[in-house]
Each structure stands twice: as structure tokens, then as C-alpha cells.
Design a protein around this ligand. Structure first.
Ligand code: GDG
Length: 386
């Protein structure tokens, strides 16, 4: 992509129009007509490249909101292909989707696929409703008729390579690193962990507010717990991201300024990327994992945490608004807009009776082990080929 394309297609249409709109318009989406043409052109380039690479009658799987127009573009030049599409982010309800000046083009783009996959049932339903409303399509929530073609729509909750995380959690080098991190954070302190891309959808600020509230009320103290926030830099040229980062760093500074003592900080804040291997000992050291997005397609971090809990210890606090919440019912579910409620649940998580915690974690592990990423890919591709 050229620099103007990165500005208009990627930072613009993808990340200032589609991303916020598809996440409940947590930030106001911008509808800039100068970004639309580059979005179409970049999609055309991907479609052309796929058309050139794919053998006769083969399967092409298109991914995510950056390429919503590709299925139709590809079908126009290569009607012999089987085309699948998977959306990694939520699909918004009709009331929000209808804001888009290009809503018909985007729906028709997707309807070029044979099978369209979403993270959750309600995302799939939102899409089918919008398609029936704004295009010449009829049918049910799972089967739409587009001219003579049938387009299938369904939910396929994405997952992780469970075995990889479990195995790495048991590796001697991970165990050694975990002990080291625990010792350095302070013996006897319970570790709360959060791992997110630095994105305004992830609820980082709400989680910090809940933690601050617990400290302020004296329900917890820095002698008995510590919050580790790993925040991977993301989309920094986009204004809303830079703004969010400043806000979060102010709050971390305020909490540490108020509560830290020499050698003991209230919040460890890492604004940098970690590899999967580097993340492992943090997952293993965490007594409570706090995943509190305001809206998230699925959220893999919570599943990764579960996979590392080989001894069935640890508690997951999870937002109701992550796609993962519909599968991970035995986590402690929270509404991230309810700071009081979230503080109470985080407090509860730190004090959950051992047996209850173990029971919950055993069930969560069964779910994620059974429904791993291999199952996800297998089921989608099998349905596409059928
Ligand atoms: C989108 C949707 C959906 C590695 N280093 C770091 C880091 N990683 C890995 C994590 C995890 C992944 O990045 C983050 O995945 P999430 O699912 O949590 O979130 P998004 O990046 O927003 O992904 C999401 C996903 O697509 C898949 O369909 O689940 O809903 O938004 O694997 O281990 N992550 C962070 N810091 C690192 O240093 N935060």
C-alpha cells in the first residue's frame, strides 16, 4: 500500500469508519467520501491477486472488515471458485449499520461469498437482517437467496491452539520465568493481569477505574495485590488511539502516584508488544485475568489464559460484551460500563473459594480444549466445501 492508501484506506475507512461503527460506535465513526475510493481500489487489488493465484474450482477464504468487497469482486471474475468470508469483529445491529452511506455496496460485496461466517449468533443475525432490508435478498437468518444463488450465513466462534498454550505453560523455562516474575512482583501479592491491544474498545480505562476504586475504599491494598497491564501499541496514527493512550497513562500515573511505595507499585504498565512466548509466564503468574472490553468480536486473550491454567487455578473476569462470553459462561461476567459492579466482581474474583474457582476453571478448560482453532477452521472449511 502507498502512504496515501495507508492514510485513507487503512487508518481512514478501515479504522475510523468501519472499526468504530462495528464496535457499537464507541467512538463516533467518520464518514469521509475521500476514503471510499481507496477502500474500493485496495479491495480490487486483493481480489485480482486472489483471482490470479487460485486454481480452477478452488476454495478462497477472505478475512475481515478490511476486505468486505472482495467476495463479490472475486466472484465476478472467477465464478468457478468457492468463496468463504469470515468477519473477526462484531457485525452491528441494523440501527447502527444503516448509518453507512455505502451500506448497500458493502452488503453486496459480502453476498458474493458462498458462506459468510461471524463470531456469534447475533452478529450473523444482524447481517442477515441488514441484507434483507437493504438488498434484493430474501431468505432466513442462515440462508439468503441472491438471484439464483444461495448464500449461507452462520456463526463460527474463533479460538486458539489450545495444545500449544498448554504445552508451553508446562515447559520448564516458562515455569522458571513465572517464579521469577512472581518473586519480583512481590511474594504473597495476588496478581491481576490484563493484556490488550491499546484500543478504546478494550475497556482498559474502565478496568483501571474499578481497580482504583478498590484501592480508594481500602478493600484491597498494594501489600496484597498488584495489577499488571500489558498494552500493545496499536494504530498510533489514528487520533482516537493516541487520545486513549494519553488518558490511560494519566490514570496509571495517578494511581501509582497515590498508592505506590518504594519497591512496590500499584500498577505495572507495559506499553509494548510481547511475543506469545513472552506472554506465557505472565498468564501463568496471574491469579485473576481481567478481560473487560466494551465490545469485542471474540477475544482470544481470555482463551489463552484458560489454556495456561494446567492446575485449574486462577479466575477469569470477562465482559459480557466479548463474543467469548457466550461460550465461557463459567467465568465471572461483568458489565464494563458498571464500574461499581466491576470492582465488586474483581474483589470477588480475588477471594473466590478455591473449590469454586477450580470447578469453574475445569469447565472453562473443557470448553476451550474442545473448541480450539483447528476445530474452528475445520468446521468452516467443511461447510464451505459442502
Ligand atoms: C481481533 C478481534 C478477535 C501477542 N502479543 C501481544 C498480544 N498478542 C496476541 C494475543 C492474542 C492476540 O494478540 C490478540 O487477540 P484478541 O482476540 O484479544 O484481540 P484483537 O487483536 O482485537 O483481534 C477479536 C480476534 O480478532 C480473532 O478473531 O478475537 O475480537 O478484535 O492472541 O496473545 N496481544 C497483546 N499484547 C501483546 O504484546 N494485547
Amino acid at each position: 500500500l502507498s502512504q496515501p492508501e495507508i492514510d485513507r484506506y487503512y487508518n481512514g475507512f478501515c479504522n475510523r469508519t468501519l472499526w468504530p461503527l462495528f464496535h457499537d460506535a464507541i467512538r463516533a465513526p467518520e464518514f469521509n467520501h475521500a476514503w471510499w475510493r481507496p477502500y474500493v481500489e485496495v479491495n480490487q487489488r486483493f481480489a485480482k491477486a486472489a483471482a490470479e493465484a487460485a486454481g480452477h474450482g478452488s476454495v478462497v477464504w477472505v478475512h475481515d472488515y478490511q476486505l468486505l468487497l472482495v467476495p463479490r469482486m472475486l466472484r465476478e471474475v472467477r465464478p468457478d471458485l468457492k468463496i468463504g468470508f469470515f468477519l473477526h469483529i462484531p457485525f452491528p445491529p441494523e440501527e447502527l449499520f444503516s448509518w453507512l452511506p455505502w451500506r448497500v455496496d458493502l452488503l453486496q460485496g459480502l453476498l458474493g461469498a458462498d458462506l459468510i461466517g461471524f463470531q456469534t449468533h447475533s452478529d450473523a443475525q444482524n447481517f442477515s437482517r441488514a441484507a434483507r432490508r437493504y438488498t434484493d435478498t430474501d431468505g432466513t437468518d442462515t440462508e439468503l437467496h441472491v438471484g439464483k444463488r444461495t448464500v449461507r450465513v452462520n456463526s463460527y466462534p474463533i479460538s486458539i491452539d489450545f495444545d500449544w498454550f498448554e504445552e508451553r505453560a508446562r515447559a520448564p523455562e516458562t515455569l522458571a520465568e513465572t517464579l521469577k516474575i512472581k518473586a519480583e512482583l512481590g511474594k504473597g501479592r495476588r496478581v491481576l493481569l490484563a493484556v490488550d491491544r491499546l484500543d478504546y474498545t478494550k475497556g482498559i480505562d474502565s478496568r483501571l477505574a474499578a481497580y482504583e476504586l478498590l484501592l480508594k475504599r481500602g478493600q484491597i491494598s498494594i501489600d496484597d495485590c498488584v495489577l499488571v497491564q500489558i498494552a500493545a501499541p496499536s494504530r498510533e496514527p489514528v487520533f482516537e488511539y493516541a487520545e486513549m493512550r494519553t488518558k490511560i497513562e494519566q490514570v496509571v500515573g495517578r494511581i501509582n502516584g497515590e498508592y505506590s511505595v518504594p519497591g512496590r507499585v500499584a500498577v505495572h504498565y507495559f506499553r509494548r508488544s510481547f511475543t506469545r512466548e513472552e506472554l506465557m509466564p505472565f498468564y501463568c503468574a496471574a491469579d485473576v485475568m481481567v478481560v473487560t472490553p466494551l465490545r469485542d468480536g471474540m477475544n482470544l486473550v481470555c482463551k489463552e489464559y484458560i489454556a495456561t491454567r494446567t492446575a485449574h487455578t486462577g479466575v477469569l473476569v470477562l465482559s459480557e460484551f466479548a463474543g467469548a462470553a457466550s461460550q465461557l459462561r463459567r467465568s465471572l461476567l461483568v458489565n464494563p460500563r458498571d464500574i461499581e459492579g466491576m470492582a465488586a466482581t474483581m474483589h470477588n474474583a480475588m477471594n473466590l473459594p478455591r473449590q469454586d474457582a477450580k470447578h469453574r476453571m475445569a469447565i472453562l478448560r473443557t470448553v476451550v480444549r474442545r473448541h480450539d482453532v483447528h476445530e474452528w477452521a475445520g468446521i468452516f472449511l467443511e461447510a464451505l466445501r459442502a
